[in-house]
Design a binder for this molecule. Structure first.
Ligand code: PLP
Ligand code: SF4
Length: 358
């Protein structure tokens, strides 16, 4: 099917690929894998935008961008530890479209569609369903829930990708949230600056800026996993957002054979800071179904974080976090530097010093 990108000039419009047969034609999937991958696509949505396709080298079987988006037969194997709702969203959802796990902040998911579908997505069992978008009445109910909770200070728009909303709808939604008395902060989680940077039009950027009289800040957290994702188009999108005054954060998922190396994480974090994005979280991958081939061990993740400490500017250091299965929340998983029992502290170079604490 042909989905023109509204923000691109007509001459540049190319289709997003959804069908495995299209991926075969693009040289991203071997013809003999067609049938197996069509089974994957029956369960998990597939989409690669032109911007993402341009980043892939089809001659490289280990291409780290392809690995994030091109389906793999390993997705058909669901491990016994894996969960369709790995971080327990459903258990903490008081009304459709809201997840309320922490007292002071809620997630609001206006839609569950994205321009691309990441093979490791923690909501992979749910994303891609256009029918799951909130209706006007459902959105009213979700906002009424927030309005009735004075302890909620922050609304986090997530999805799906909330920047899929047309700018006028996004502006209206942000305006309605900002109008709630107790709300101080609106946070938007999006992969669009890298997955479909052409959508970050001046109309979209303007829609993200709350009215001057609204007493809220809008922050944007961008999902980026590999330094090559920060293409000239993506950097341009980030620059437009930063120039508009939005504080930018990043989230990175630690993925086997994509970014589980010190060199790649070093390049990525440096490139983020260089583009005015403050690294926020490095996520240990959630136990989403059919994603075991993406998960490094926690020990590997800690060793990578330890290697970044001292090597990179403090402002380029993300926090390594795990979302506890079932919905108990996110916690940092190290590494730890102070050993309380031994009364010792490890420096960034790995040398140990006495430090009893008190
Ligand atoms: C991840 C998440 C948040 C945001 O957590 P922060 O640590 O503030 O980034 C909020 N609510 C829910 C339900 C979450 O899963
Ligand atoms: S962009 Fe985010 S929500 Fe969409 S598929 Fe990727 S990880 Fe999932």
């Amino acid at each position: 099917m042909y989905f023109p990108m509204p923000s691109e000039p007509t001459a540049l419009r190319r289709p997003t690929l959804h069908k495995i047969a299209d991926l075969v034609r693009a040289g991203l999937v071997a013809p003999e894998d067609l049938a197996g991958l069509e089974r994957v696509a029956e369960t998990y949505s597939v989409a690669l935008t032109p911007a993402v396709l341009d980043l892939i080298d089809p001659t490289d079987a280990a291409d780290p961008i392809a690995r994030q988006y091109v389906p793999h037969v390993a997705e058909l194997s669901t491990g016994t530890e894996e969960l369709s709702d790995p971080i327990g969203d459903a258990a903490y959802s008081p009304v459709k479209g809201i997840v309320h796990r922490y007292p002071d902040r809620v997630l609001l998911t206006p839609l569950l569609v994205c321009p691309v579908y990441c093979r490791f997505c923690f909501r992979r069992a749910r994303v891609g369903d256009a029918e799951a978008s909130l209706t006007e009445a459902e959105l009213d109910a979700a906002l009424a829930y927030v309005a009735g909770r004075p302890e909620v200070r922050e609304v986090i728009l997530t999805g799906g990708d909330p920047l899929m909303l047309p700018p006028r709808r996004l502006q209206s939604l942000i305006g309605r949230i900002a109008a709630l008395d107790q709300i101080e902060l609106i946070r938007i989680h999006s992969r669009i600056p890298v997955s479909d940077p052409g959508r970050v039009s001046s109309a979209l950027v303007a829609a993200l800026k709350p009215a001057d009289e609204a007493d809220v800040a809008v922050w944007l957290a961008v999902h980026v996993n590999h330094p090559r994702e920060l293409s000239p188009l993506a950097r341009g999108a980030l620059a437009r957002l930063a120039d508009a005054g939005l504080p930018l954060l990043s989230q990175t998922v630690l993925l086997k054979d994509v970014n589980d190396s010190v060199e790649i994480l070093d390049q990525l974090m440096r490139a983020l800071v260089r583009n005015r994005v403050r690294p926020y979280y490095l996520h240990h991958p959630d136990l989403a179904p059919g994603t075991a081939h993406f998960r490094p061990s926690l020990a590997e993740g800690r060793a990578l974080m330890a290697a970044l400490r001292g090597r990179l500017s403090g402002i380029a250091q993300p926090t390594y976090v795990l979302d506890i299965p079932g919905g108990a929340g996110k916690v940092p998983v190290g590494p730890e530097y102070w050993d309380e029992n031994r009364g010792e502290i490890t420096d960034p170079g790995g040398r140990i010093h006495p430090y009893p604490g008190d």
